[in-house]
Design a protein around this ligand. Structure first.
Ligand SMILES: NC(=O)c1ccc[n+]([C@@H]2O[C@H](COP(=O)([O-])OP(=O)(O)OC[C@H]3O[C@@H](n4cnc5c(N)ncnc54)[C@H](OP(=O)(O)O)[C@@H]3O)[C@@H](O)[C@H]2O)c1
Length: 306
């Protein structure tokens, strides 16, 4: 037996149950990972929040929980090449990451070798946020000389968007609450508070104009960017259901091949930081998800498994 989060009804963090379950095993073409850390994302709680959201994702109950993970391969199925027992790996196991054991299918699931110098907590925080950040930056074509407005810059995706844009040579203005200003500066962004008057505050910071924008929370930043004269095809959103006309909607599935591994190497080399706001042991997974759901995390939250 091994422990895993099990979801038997739709709802909030209260439906997350830590249970003893039968050990999963690696079938042909699969590896089993002994999970040591599982990073959280808003999609984890959104997908179990209501039957309608679950149906849209093809999810049925009972299900596991989580996506991002890191750990060590402890079983290798027939026909697997490139992975061996004892390899440190990270990646994504949709709906089954917050568990002591997770089975992944290389090729179908994202799974990669963890670079030396990257600990499992950090590695487990990468897959969703990094692939999403890569897709966002590609969608708006960020390059040296750009002034990029990033909405929700201090969140899980934002910390990567900001740092990768800075590495590309862009100037970054990032939205956050007033209390996030120092955190955003540390990432390399110039902070601006979100809410009424955003357009005027951005104009004051960048009288020469903004050339591209990424809205990671809601639609306010996308609307502000259009008002600031940014061409719609240089504005992208990952969270708005109904963005302004011409604004690109994108997400992690549109990441460029190898993006995750490239960014992991940058992190291992110390060129990018991954702020971990907090770690929670498996028994406190509900608390972690409640905090994530409140929407003001700086960087990432991670559930740790012994
Ligand atoms: N399409 C995809 O593939 C994809 C992938 C990943 C995420 N997403 C979606 O993208 C969104 C962001 O994901 P995430 O992981 O970055 O979330 P997150 O870590 O929960 O984001 C937290 C951040 O949002 C900021 N924030 C809260 N209210 C805001 C507001 N009104 N305006 C601007 N920023 C605000 C907070 O800043 P303060 O603390 O300063 O308030 C905080 O730093 C979520 O809705 C998620 O579901 C989509």
């Amino acid at each position: 037996m091994s422990r895993a989060v099990v979801v038997e009804q739709f709802g909030g963090p209260e439906v997350l149950e830590v249970r003893e379950v039968a050990e999963p095993h690696a079938g042909p073409g699969q590896v089993r990972v002994r999970v040591s850390a599982a990073g959280l994302n808003p999609s984890d709680w959104k997908r179990i929040g209501a039957a309608s959201a679950a149906a849209a994702r093809g999810l049925t109950l009972p299900t596991g929980f989580g996506y991002d993970l890191a750990g060590t391969v402890d079983e290798v199925g027939d026909g697997v090449t490139g992975f061996a027992v004892g390899d440190r790996v990270y990646g994504g196991a949709p709906g089954r990451a917050v568990a002591e054991l997770a089975v992944l299918t290389p090729g179908a699931d994202r799974v990669a070798h963890t670079p030396d110098g990257l600990d499992d907590v950090v590695a487990s925080a990468l897959a969703v946020a990094v692939t999403t950040a890569d897709a966002v930056l590609a969608a708006i074509g960020v390059r040296a000389g750009d002034t990029v407005l990033v909405g929700g810059a201090g969140g899980g995706v934002g910390v990567f968007v900001v740092q990768l844009a800075v590495l590309a040579g862009a100037r970054v203005i990032g939205t956050g609450s007033a209390s996030s200003a120092d955190f955003l500066r540390e990432l390399g962004a110039e902070p601006v508070t979100y809410g009424d008057g955003l357009v005027e505050r951005v104009k004051a910071l960048a009288p020469g104009g903004v050339t591209a924008a990424a809205d990671l929370v809601g639609v306010e930043t996308a609307q502000a960017a259009i008002e600031l004269g940014v061409p719609a095809d240089r504005v992208a959103t990952i969270a708005a259901a109904d963005p302004p006309a011409g604004v690109r909607r994108t997400g992690g599935v549109e990441a460029s091949p190898g993006a995750l591994e490239r960014v992991a190497e940058l992190v291992a080399a110390g060129r990018l930081t991954v702020p971990i706001a907090a770690t929670y042991p498996l028994e406190r997974v509900r608390e972690a998800v409640e905090r994530q759901r409140a929407g003001h995390v700086h960087g990432k939250l991670v559930v740790t498994l012994a």
